[in-house]
Design a protein. Sequence first.
Length: 136
Amino acid sequence: MSALFQSRELADAATEKIRVFAQPQRLMILSYLFGGERGVAEIEKATGIAQPTLSQQLAELRRADLVVTRRESKLVYYRLASDNVVLCVRTLEAMFGRDEILEPAEEQGQPSRRAVKAAAQTVEASLGAAAFARII
């Protein structure tokens, strides 16, 4: 993979992904899905985003390949689409989230928010803003 400065196409793609992340309601949804697969009603209740806005934002997240769905009868469940999306959301949570919230990743033996935050600070110090863009 080449660095973003070497490819306008890669830079454009990264910019588009960042644009999708940079909307408050979509970021709230992604943050909630960081805890695992959720149904639409659960997402609505947890985030306070009412229909039809929630449907619009979920559709945008699907178009951007940030979430995937699973249908069970009439219910639709959403989850983060890939490990790269999980890493991006985890990094944003580590940078901007609240440390005292216990995340499901800690229960599953994955790195804690504090560990990710420390790693993000190390990467940021050595590489700057380009490090986040490379994750996407």
